[in-house]
Every structure is written in structure tokens, then in C-alpha cells.
Write a protein that binds this ligand. Structure first.
Ligand SMILES: NC(=O)C1=CN([C@@H]2O[C@H](COP(=O)(O)OP(=O)(O)OC[C@H]3O[C@@H](n4cnc5c(N)ncnc54)[C@H](O)[C@@H]3O)[C@@H](O)[C@H]2O)C=CC1
Ligand SMILES: O=C(O)[C@@H]1CCC=N1
Length: 277
């Protein structure tokens, strides 16, 4: 496969991590360009990554094979409608914006439905900033096998990329991994506070919590048994872990997690309804 030319529309946090990831993978610097209205942001990206970056979105997309829409959802409609006359048939559109459905992008990016571009809609998460992200990807019917590979290469540069069969599954991905880092941060906050209340210095409680989270995630990823079995192995009969787990479950832990993720998925679908107008 020829190395695609990639244009980023919006060069904020997510775009910067994708650009950094692509360059680290060996994508040549002249294959990547970007546009952003912020002069400071342009100077920062240009200094950090050495790519061509301009203020004009139309200039950025000229000659690109892949166009990554990395602006905030609230400005997406305006950005797409202004970009529409500057696109060509063969270009792949990759959107990383939360809550913008493919059919809205198709509508905003083309005057006639039959001329709608190929679109891959992604839901990344913020650990992408450390190249430890995970993304769900959905491709419309117009996306070719080569374009799927290009989208996968892009998102794999900042973590794990997983394909979805149905666009609706993006709501579940948002609930699990898009918002997910915040759930783990909440658990880290709560365990740190509890450790402190039990007599540890705050910094010690924080380090114990964070290193435990990292170690547990790595064990779950790398072990050949599932999380339930790993949990059983820590839980001695009548021991300390059993006391804690019994207490969690008496408080309805699993039902609460189910309820919380359902609330996130429902909100994701509502946002798609609003933002896609
Ligand atoms: N699942 C998640 O946790 C995440 C999802 N996302 C999605 O990624 C997208 C980008 O988010 P961030 O990078 O965090 O935002 P950001 O605010 O850091 O970056 C957006 C950039 O777009 C630029 N911009 C504004 N108007 C523009 C225009 N008309 N043309 C070109 N550029 C324009 C801004 O100057 C800014 O640099 C969002 O749509 C967000 O929904 C991002 C981060 C995490
Ligand atoms: O909270 C939100 O709406 C966005 C989408 C996923 C993560 N942050």
C-alpha cells in the first residue's frame, strides 16, 4: 500500500497525539499536514512535529488521501459545509468527533446523497495521548478495503483499533472506553481517599492505588485466564479481599456499573440526535 497523504482538520489534543503516533511509526513528515485557526496552536504543532500546518482547511485537504476531522462536535457542521466544495471522490473522511453520525457527515459534506464520501467514524479515548488508547471504528459501505487499512493504521498509531459491525455500537463504545478513563480516575480518587482515611500519607495512598490499577490492568491483559478467575485467585476464603468484595456487592456494585454505562450510552445516542441535526 502506498503511504497515504493525511490531512488533519483541527490540530488540538487528539490530532496532536495522532500526528505524534504516525510520525513515531515512521510515516514521513511530508505525508502529514494540518489546519487550525489558532496561531499559537499552529506554532506549537509545527515546532513539536515539523509538519506543514496552515489556517485554511481547504488548503490542508488539497491532494490528501485521508482527511481526519478532529474539531469539536459543536463546530463540525460548519466545518464540513465549508469543506464540501473542496473534496474529491477518492478521499476518505475519518471523524473522531463524539456524537456525530455518519449520515450527518454525509449530508454536510456533499450536495447530493449519491456523491457522499467514504466515512470512517471513530470513538477514541484520551489515553491516546500516551499511545495507550483504544478506539472503536465503524466504516460506511463506500469505504474500500484499502481505506479501512488506512483508518486502522491511523488509529493504531495511538493504541488498539477495533472494528464495529454497526454504527449504533459506537454508543456502547463511548460508554465503555470513550468515557471509561473517567470511571477509573473516579475509582483511583476514591481508593486514595480511603487509604488516607485508613492512616496512609496521601502520596503513599495515591501511589499504591495507581500502581495497583496498572498492575491489575496488565495482568488482565496478559494473563491467559479471565478477570473473574484473577479475582478469585486474590480472594482467600474468609480473607481481606472477600470482606471488601462482599461489601462492594452488598452496595449493588455490578448493578451500579450497568446503570452508569447505560446512562452514558443513552446520552451518546441523545447527543447524536442533537448534534447531527
Ligand atoms: N472519546 C474521547 O474522550 C475523546 C473524543 N474526542 C473527540 O476528538 C475531537 C477533538 O477533540 P480535542 O482534540 O480534545 O479538542 P481540541 O479543542 O484540543 O482541538 C480542536 C481543535 O480544533 C480547532 N478548530 C476550531 N475551529 C476550527 C475550524 N473551523 N477549522 C479547523 N480547526 C478548528 C481548535 O483551534 C482546536 O485546536 C472532538 O470532536 C472530540 O469529540 C477527543 C478526545 C477524547
Ligand atoms: O464526555 C463526553 O461526552 C466525551 C465523549 C467520550 C469522552 N468524552
Amino acid at each position: 500500500m502506498n503511504e497515504p497523504r493525511i490531512a488533519f482538520i483541527g490540530a488540538g489534543n487528539m490530532a496532536a497525539s495522532l500526528i505524534g503516533g504516525l510520525l513515531a511509526q515512521g510515516v514521513p513528515v511530508e505525508r502529514i499536514r494540518a489546519s487550525d485557526p489558532g496561531a499559537e496552536q499552529r506554532a506549537k504543532i509545527s515546532a513539536e512535529h515539523g509538519i506543514f500546518i496552515c489556517a485554511d482547511n481547504a488548503e490542508a485537504v488539497a491532494g490528501a488521501d485521508v482527511i481526519v476531522l478532529a474539531v469539536k462536535p459543536q463546530v463540525m457542521k460548519r466545518v464540513c459545509q465549508a469543506l464540501a466544495p473542496h473534496l474529491s471522490d477518492s478521499q476518505l473522511i475519518v471523524s473522531i468527533a463524539a456524537g456525530i453520525p455518519c449520515n450527518s457527515l454525509e449530508r454536510w459534506l456533499s450536495a447530493q446523497p449519491e456523491a457522499a464520501p467514504a466515512i470512517v467514524r471513530c470513538m477514541p479515548n484520551t489515553p491516546a495521548l500516551l499511545r495507550q488508547g483504544v478506539s472503536g471504528l465503524y466504516a460506511t459501505a463506500r469505504v474500500t478495503a484499502e481505506q479501512r487499512q488506512q483508518a486502522e493504521q491511523l488509529l493504531s498509531a495511538v493504541g488498539v483499533a477495533l472494528w464495529l459491525d454497526a454504527e449504533q455500537q459506537i454508543d456502547a463504545v463511548t460508554a465503555v472506553s470513550g468515557s471509561g478513563p473517567a470511571y477509573f480516575f473516579l475509582l483511583i480518587e476514591a481508593m486514595t481517599a480511603a487509604g488516607e482515611q485508613l492512616g496512609l500519607p496521601r502520596e503513599t495512598a495515591a501511589q499504591l492505588t495507581m500502581q495497583t490499577a496498572l498492575g491489575a490492568a496488565r495482568m488482565a491483559l496478559e494473563s491467559d485466564v479471565d478477570a473473574a478467575e484473577l479475582r478469585r485467585r486474590v480472594t482467600s476464603p474468609n480473607g481481606t479481599t472477600e470482606a471488601a468484595i462482599t461489601s462492594f456487592q452488598a452496595g449493588g456494585f455490578e448493578a451500579l456499573v450497568h446503570q452508569a454505562l447505560t446512562a452514558a450510552a443513552t446520552r451518546s445516542a441523545e447527543l447524536a440526535e442533537q448534534l447531527g441535526q
